[in-house]
Write a protein that binds this ligand. Structure first.
Ligand code: FDP
Length: 287
């Protein structure tokens, strides 16, 4: 690439931001279940498949893109180039479609073919379909928040960092399936009157609360699911990269999510992200 060549990362981020209004509008009339399962064995919503196709078409045709991979398809699309490789969760939290609650789109842009470790990320981010549509994007160690309107993007905050005083916590998985050491850790967090429960059932909504107020979100290892629920390439790595870029920490229970070596495109990972003190305390509790 020469200095005058367009940067594929800029193009990818701009394309996802531009597509957000269309994805949001396209949810109308697509809230039902499709008669299909994703590679993780979960029943797909019509909107999951539709958003994946829309993003696959747009992102795999950008110059410099080598691969498009998504939580909603088993095979990687070979896009022909070799600069960057994209992993997307087109609609995170799509179970929330039925009740009309928050959802998001998550993306990771890697400089190695997939599956790749989080250390190969060059940018990541998420769109949040809340009362308004926002985007958080991490690149070169710094995080920017945007408001999205139609095809436009307005910066609302640069160099975003987690607030020093953590306020919120949210933990996924059925409580009876939590391991005892994790349950005891949660009790410690809850016992501080300065902390509040916030759990909405869509990772992006919950992680965005952590970015805004400080705190911790986790979808831990469970007794019946030792690797938890969330997918490393599509959810774990992009979220970890952004939260670490905002001065927080991520952990699979003993190390940064970004250090976890993938063995398969659809690997799951126990995910814990948030303020450094909370994650240090978590790793001590699980050791
Ligand atoms: P969903 O299945 O609705 O797509 O990515 C998976 C995810 O949502 C996360 O967004 C969310 O945090 C989690 O699963 C919710 O799982 P539970 O229903 O087990 O709480």
């Amino acid at each position: 690439m020469t200095a005058s060549d367009p940067d594929p990362v800029d193009d990818i981020v701009a394309t996802i931001a531009r597509s957000a209004a269309e994805i949001r509008q396209g949810l109308v009339g697509r809230r039902g279940k499709a008669d299909e399962e994703n590679p993780s064995g979960e029943t797909q919503a019509e909107a999951d498949i539709w958003a994946d196709e829309l993003l696959a078409d747009r992102l795999s045709s950008i110059d410099g893109v080598g691969q498009y991979a998504s939580e909603e398809r088993s095979e990687i699309i070979d896009a022909g180039d070799d600069q960057v490789y994209i992993a997307v969760d087109p609609l995170d939290g799509s179970s929330n479609l039925k009740s009309n609650n928050t959802m998001g789109t998550v993306f990771g842009i890697y400089d190695e073919p997939l599956p790749a470790p989080g250390s190969a990320l060059v940018a990541s981010g998420w769109i949040l379909y809340g009362p308004i549509t926002t985007m958080a994007c991490a690149r070169d160690g710094s995080v920017t928040k945007y408001e999205l309107t139609g095809g436009g993007r307005t910066v609302v905050e640069e160099d975003v960092t987690l607030p020093d005083e953590p306020l919120v916590y949210g933990f996924g998985g059925r409580v009876p399936h939590w391991h005892d050491d994790f349950r005891e850790y949660v009790r410690e967090i809850e016992s501080d009157p300065g902390h509040k429960l916030r759990y909405g059932g869509a990772m992006i909504g919950d992680v965005n609360q952590v970015l805004t107020y400080g705190g911790i979100f986790a979808y831990p290892a469970l007794e019946d699911s030792p690797r938890g629920k969330l997918r490393l390439q599509f959810e774990g790595n992009p979220i970890a990269y952004l939260i670490e870029s905002a001065g927080g920490r991520s952990s699979d229970g003993s190390q940064s999510i970004l250090e976890v070596e993938p063995t398969d495109l659809h690997d799951r990972v126990p995910l814990h992200v948030g303020n450094t003190g909370f994650i240090d305390q978590l790793e001590a509790a699980l050791a």
